[in-house]
Design a protein around this ligand. Structure first.
Ligand code: KDO
Length: 334
């Protein structure tokens, strides 16, 4: 696990970031909030931040989004916030797990049950030590939880060529997963052969066949046009995925209490608006994708759930989970 090295590097970055930040950004009337994400401008999380977050902070801050990984490469955003080169990102639990392995609990297959469960977990006191550690050691405040959606397996092969009902059916399938350890572990736990690759490279990799498939929620399959270069979606729902609205602690500390309250409310409102839009899209897009000629079907979900959960038992990830937290998360579900 590379977390030790990354955390050591980080200790330096945080002190540079916090010490170096304030004068430069606050010299102008308004604070500039640079936000970097691999997501597109039309992704529902991007839309929610631009249309709901930005106007609510406009009196004192200029929201400056950078999409498609154009400012910071996927996976490096948190380090950039820590070092003062970025103010905001849409961060994943998997990215946080590269610094703090215990965050892998929120990135584990079949743990979160739905969008409401994610919110209940994020707002529960069980999250307090997680949030505090990220603030203290990374200089990043996790403001709110955004809903990315149910991740499913999306393949180039047609259902006739490859029908996936059980994890064994994914044996030898080169499945693109994002680059960090927690993601790769999930790909393996599904039964596939995970291939690390950044989000912005997926479309080309699918079209040239350098990977067999990728996993993402249906709205992403549509937004990134993966349906143009794939033929089926297996509704594994293996991860009800989330992202956190990550905000520079150094910037936060420079805000007045009123501005802090406005930023918090803007983030919560944006997360809620994005969540509702994404849930609706997940429901609506099945028929759109079928109209595009894609096979969309449910596999043996019990077989997937049992297999994935069994891989985590006794894993290095499970070993990092604080005692009792999984039970608390489960108790907040249905
Ligand atoms: C992806 O790379 O597959 C992923 O879905 C991972 C998420 O955590 C998030 O980074 C997302 O990409 C981007 O926001 C693009 O949608």
């Amino acid at each position: 696990m590379n977390s030790i090295t990354r955390r050591t590097l980080l200790a330096c970055a945080v002190s540079v970031g916090i010490a170096g930040f304030a004068p430069a950004s606050l010299a102008d009337d308004k604070i500039t909030l640079r936000m970097s994400t691999p997501a597109s401008e039309t992704d529902q999380r991007s839309v929610a931040l631009a249309e709901v977050f930005a106007p609510q902070v406009a009196d004192f801050a200029t929201y400056e989004p950078h999409y498609n990984g154009s400012l910071i490469a996927q996976g490096s955003e948190l380090e950039s916030i820590a070092s003062g080169d970025l103010e905001m990102s849409i961060a994943s639990a998997q990215e946080l797990a590269t610094f703090f392995p215990e965050f892998s609990i929120f990135a584990t297959g079949y743990v979160h049950q739905d969008a409401a469960h994610q919110v209940a977990v994020f707002n529960d006191p069980l999250m307090d030590p997680f949030k505090k550690k990220v603030e203290d050691e990374l200089g990043v405040k996790l403001l709110s939880v955004m809903y990315l959606g149910r991740r499913n397996v999306n393949l180039r092969q047609s259902k006739d060529e490859l029908t996936v009902m059980k994890p064994e059916d994914l044996a030898g399938v080169n499945l693109r997963m994002p680059g960090s350890d927690a993601w790769q572990f999930l790909g393996k736990a599904l039964g596939a052969n995970p291939t690390p690759m950044s989000f912005t490279e997926i479309y080309t990799a699918l079209s040239t066949g350098s990977v067999d498939g990728q996993d993402n929620p249906l709205p992403t399959v549509v937004d990134a046009k993966f349906y143009e270069v794939t033929k089926q979606v297996v509704l594994t729902s293996h991860l009800v995925d989330l992202n956190y609205i990550a905000f520079s602690k150094a910037v936060w500390d420079e805000l007045t209490p009123e501005q802090q309250a406005a930023v918090q409310k803007a983030a919560d409102d944006a997360a809620e608006s994005g969540r509702q839009a994404q849930l609706k899209k997940e429901e609506d897009l099945v028929s759109f994708l079928r109209e595009q000629g894609m096979d969309i079907y449910e596999p043996d979900l019990d077989a997937f759930r049992t297999h994935v959960q069994a891989q985590y038992v006794g894993s290095e990830f499970a070993a990092s989970w604080p005692e009792g937290v999984l039970d608390k998360i489960n108790a907040l579900g249905n």
